[in-house]
Design a protein around this ligand. Sequence first.
Ligand SMILES: O=C(O)c1ccccc1N[C@@H]1O[C@H](COP(=O)(O)O)[C@@H](O)[C@H]1O
Length: 209
Amino acid sequence: MRLMTRIKICGLTRPQDVDAAVAAGADAIGLVFYPASPRYIDLARAIELIRHVPPFVDIVGLFVNAAPTQVRAVLAAIPVHLLQFHGDEDDAYCRQFGRPFLKAVRVCPDIDLPGQMAAFPSAQAILLDAFVEGYGGSGQAFDWTLVPRELPKPIVLSGGLDANNVGDAIRRVHPAAVDVSSGVESGKGIKDAEKMRAFVIAVHRADMQ
Ligand SMILES: O=C(O)c1ccccc1N[C@@H]1O[C@H](COP(=O)(O)O)[C@@H](O)[C@H]1O
């Protein structure tokens, strides 16, 4: 039997959005510690937000080419369940923190996905995102037919997902999890409770088919 697709909602910046994401049924929430992102939060805000996260909802810390001291400072301050590295980090960098991690791989037409995945033997899963200018959170999807059916590690699918396309994405890619940011926003870093609810319902519907 196929497992339910796990749902991560990323880029939360406000306590009410964390409440709404949890109420919608998110399995994980993502906090962005990449200063160039419009969804960046500092440690004080992160500490405020995690008070709104109940047991059994995971906290994911997202970094892009961060100094290890920055990652360690976050890990010392908040209970991060999973690290997400969304830049040019290699496996040795990612594993130095001794925590489970996702490594983002940006998909373009000539990509060798099995080869890219092999470069991250320590990753818990590989997150697939669109190849765009900048590092992510762009709201742009990639061509899901580029993802082979059989891959050596679980896939987290991201990039331009929303309530309208996530069902098709799940049916085509069969990811272990989906990750959404722009598609459930009313503005950069401002989540929309109704869009989050619709997204979660769309994922559950796809799982039932
Ligand atoms: O959310 C961001 O601002 C961000 C910045 C830098 C790297 C990654 C970022 N977010 C991640 O990008 C993908 C795709 O997001 P979207 O749904 O297309 O907006 C997702 O994995 C986010 O976690």
